[in-house]
Design a protein around this ligand. Structure first.
Ligand code: 13P
Length: 340
């Protein structure tokens, strides 16, 4: 039987007032690339030291409701010897886990991707729950380009997201449903809006068809922005208005919260966009963050794999978390940004 109460309580706690989610679920390949840019070796031990720096940041629990972990991390202990999932739970931060196994080429559709990871997922979810996870994430990727996204890619991704969400709820784990429309390309903001609207319609149609409890999920969408190489970039207000308009058209009010990904936006821009959207509220759902790069980048750059940099890196991480917390209520200002 679906534990509706547990699912709705967890989902709401993840978008509690002033709080949002830290995505620290980079795969070994992704964290390796980020470390390589800074000349940091990528091993299980350096990953552990880096995650330890983030999670032991004092006071982060004032701003961070949950952390998405990667398979390697949920099995690791902090430098102090406490399993990471327990360390977070003891601070009142909910541990979560990425459960897709990454994307592969979508057959017969050059340039498009589909995640793997549904086979055996029921068993993996049960194990993750026993390791302390209370929520999960599955990331689907939609590419904008000539003839893309295809209807087939949008449908296949929506269908897989719903199958994942149903399995997660069956295991008592809140699914974060993440259909990311990539920022790559030179398309304008209108094209991103049209694609995002179509994708979200498709995702909610499939969630509905497969009986997923909307009160017990969170949506993790991308914002409606022009492509990274578009000649004209949108203003903060244009992005905020287009994103809120698209969500109002597609996301049922039963969904407790929408927690954006940052997708390659700079830390400050990601915060400013969230702030602008919350200034337009109240909205039918909480508008929050589930940022990876936009929460971590300044801290990672300071840390560089050196224990002597931990305190300064933690300070930078806490600061970004605090700025995004202020953006949850539209109270982020240049003054708050400057207070380090
Ligand atoms: P970014 O905020 O860096 O896009 O990461 C969020 C995430 O979890 C992507 O799957």
């Amino acid at each position: 039987m679906l534990n509706e109460r547990e699912l709705t309580v967890t989902a709401r706690a993840l978008v509690a007032p002033h709080k949002g989610i830290l995505a620290a679920d980079e795969s070994i390949g992704t964290i390796g690339k980020r470390f390589a840019k800074l000349g940091v070796e990528s091993t299980a031990e350096t990953h552990r030291a880096y995650r330890d720096m983030l999670f032991t940041t004092q006071g982060m629990e004032e701003y961070i409701s949950g952390v998405i972990l990667y398979d390697e991390t949920i099995r690791q202990e902090s430098l102090g010897g406490t399993p990471f999932a327990r360390l977070l739970a003891e601070k009142g931060v909910i541990p979560g886990i990425k459960v897709d196994s990454g994307t592969v080429d979508f057959a017969l559709h050059p340039g498009e991707k589909i995640p793997e990871g549904l086979d055996g997922l029921r068993e993996r979810l049960a194990e993750y729950r026993s390791l302390g996870a209370r929520f999960t994430k599955w990331r689907a990727v939609i590419t904008i380009g000539e003839g893309m996204p295809s209807r087939a890619c949008v449908f296949a991704n929506a269908h897989a997201l719903a199958r994942y969400a149903a399995l997660a709820q069956e295991a008592g784990l809140v699914p974060i449903v993440e259909p990311e429309v990539l920022m790559d390309g030179d398309h304008d903001q209108q094209r991103c809006e049209t694609v995002t609207e179509g994708v979200l319609h498709s995702v909610f149609a499939e969630l509905n068809r497969q009986g997923v409890l909307l009160e017990g999920i969170l949506l993790k969408p991308s914002m409606v922005v022009p492509g990274k190489s578009a000649p004209r970039q949108g203003s903060l207000q244009e992005v905020a208005e287009a994103t809120v308009r698209t969500l109002l058209r597609t996301v049922p009010a039963a969904v407790p919260g929408i927690a954006f990904l940052s997708g390659g936006q700079s830390s400050e821009v990601a915060t400013a966009h969230l702030n602008a959207m919350n200034k337009m509220g109240p909205h039918p759902w909480e508008l929050s963050f589930s940022y990876g790069r936009a929460l971590q980048e300044p801290a990672l750059t300071i840390w560089r794999g050196e224990a002597v940099n931990v305190a300064a890196a933690q300070q930078a991480f806490r600061h970004r978390a605090q700025c995004n917390s202020a953006a949850r209520t539209g109270e982020y200002t240049p003054d708050i940004e400057r207070q380090q």
